[in-house]
Design a protein around this ligand. Structure first.
Ligand SMILES: Cc1cc2nc3c(=O)[nH]c(=O)nc-3n(C[C@H](O)[C@H](O)[C@H](O)COP(=O)(O)OP(=O)(O)OC[C@H]3O[C@@H](n4cnc5c(N)ncnc54)[C@H](O)[C@@H]3O)c2cc1C
Length: 414
């Protein structure tokens, strides 16, 4: 019998804190990003000073406990932040996906006490920026095909390899890097916290992308990069688990952001439908246009519920691979549908950059590919349902939200 995912009842009410997060991040995004976003998108340049402003707003460590320099807010607050940033432009939500989700939260989940003490404060406060380097030119969906290699020499690991399609490589100081230990294939993937200053690291941007043009996507080359032994994340044989559980953080932020992209598409559609006239009436009066508006409303509502349900499961500290994959898959496809309808509603004007909808489409399209393509999310869903996958407790479980503990400032309790 199909029992549904994660046995919960409805939890629809946003707390006052969640509402405040929405309001403050919306204000920030509309003041600091929205007025410039068209220019940044068209010039294909990431405006780096925005990182300092995001750090000052506490956005870069929102769901990390206060004692580690974060905001001490729960994972639903993180989803709301992603949604609000992507409502303005996907590029700025991607910062949260790689920095807050894939890197900082993963160090928090898997790091030993020394790693947490050293890295979390600098990351949660945004003093240092970070990203996640799994993908390579010939290994995306199939990370077991990674070619990057590492070997232990005395007290250091030496890493060689090249990571491709990595977000915010040029602006990052810290990288989570995955490489196979030389001559060890079974359980041979190792996870490392790598600082740019360790040496042998070159990064650059890919500048001919379809979307996320106001942000960075690039490559990292590691040439005999020495990494201290203590920067191995997790036990040696846990590298693959670290890589996959990081994606549970990242995918959650991608799904949440997609809700914002879909809302932006709907808002633009409604505005245009109430302005443009054909056959002597506003196009919003035509039933075909109404149908598209209604379909987008349904898509957004369903996506947001899936994301928040997933946030609720995350708040409990449970493994959430299945919920996360479902919300990422559904919400990103839904965002593409909403953006596609928005272009249709705008007619020829949707086919150029005079209106935001073409940019929204180019942006949301990418999310069906990255952090695991949507085909991979579907496979995850089916395999769980068919009984081929099951959740097993991890040595380091995803940290549950604890409002009291997370609000404490006591650094002695590291
Ligand atoms: C804008 C952007 C930002 C990114 N940022 C990062 C980042 O920060 N860090 C990082 O590590 N990576 C990042 N990526 C890489 C991204 O995660 C990969 O592109 C993604 O995992 C897909 O891999 P691929 O492109 O190699 O496609 P492939 O794996 O080659 O897949 C090609 C096609 O085959 C399908 N396919 C593959 N295997 C199967 C299967 N078993 N069954 C059915 N269909 C299958 C895929 O769904 C896809 O449609 C980013 C990518 C983009 C576009």
């Amino acid at each position: 019998m199909y029992e549904g995912l994660s046995e919960i009842g409805p939890h629809f009410e946003l707390s006052e804190t969640h509402k405040m997060v929405r309001q403050s991040i919306r204000e920030f995004a509309e003041t600091e990003i929205a007025p410039h976003v068209k220019e940044w998108d068209q010039s294909h340049v990431f405006h780096r000073p925005i990182l300092k402003k995001m750090a000052e707003q506490g956005i870069l460590g929102l769901s990390i406990p206060v004692k580690y320099g974060g905001g001490g807010l729960d994972y639903i607050a993180l989803a709301i932040a992603c949604e609000e940033l992507e409502r303005v432009d996907t590029s700025f939500r991607v910062i949260l996906s790689v920095h807050n989700g894939l890197c900082t939260a993963t160090i928090w989940q898997w790091g030993d006490m020394e790693q947490k003490k050293k890295y979390l404060p600098m990351l949660a406060t945004g003093e240092k920026m970070s990203t996640y380097g799994l993908t390579e030119a010939s290994a995306g969906s199939d990370p077991a095909a990674l070619k990057s290699k590492c070997r232990l020499e005395g007290d250091e690991w030496i890493i060689n390899g090249e990571k491709m399609w990595i977000s915010y490589t040029v602006s990052s100081d810290i990288f989570l890097i995955f490489a196979y230990e030389e001559n060890v294939r079974h359980k041979g993937m190792r996870a490392f916290i790598v600082e740019r200053d360790f040496g042998g690291i070159t990064t650059d941007n890919i500048d001919h992308k379809m979307g996320v043009k106001a942000g960075e996507t690039g490559w990292i080359h590691l040439d005999n990069t020495p990494v201290p032994k203590e920067n191995l994340l997790g036990l040696p044989e846990e590298g693959f688990k670290v890589a996959m559980s990081a994606l549970d953080w990242g995918r959650y932020t991608v799904g949440a952001g997609a809700v914002g992209g879909a809302k932006a598409a709907l808002e633009a559609s409604v505005k245009y439908a109430n302005e443009r006239e054909t056959f002597g009436k506003k196009i919003g009066q035509h039933q075909f246009i109404q149908g598209m508006i209604a379909d987008s409303v349904a898509d957004i509502e369903a996506s947001e519920l899936l994301v928040w349900k997933c946030g609720w499961v995350k708040n409990q500290g449970k493994i959430n691979t299945r919920e996360t994959a479902l919300s990422k898959w559904y919400a990103t496809n839904a965002a593409v549908r909403c953006a596609d309808r928005a272009i249709q509603i705008h007619g020829a004007y949707g086919f150029c950059d005079d209106y935001p909808v073409a940019r929204i489409y180019r942006n949301v399209r990418g999310a069906t590919i990255y952090e695991g393509s949507n085909e991979i999310q579907k496979i995850i869903q089916a395999r769980y349902e068919l009984g081929y996958y099951e959740d097993k407790p991890l040595r380091c479980m995803p940290p549950a939200y604890d409002p009291e503990e997370w609000a404490k400032e006591d650094t002695d309790k590291f």
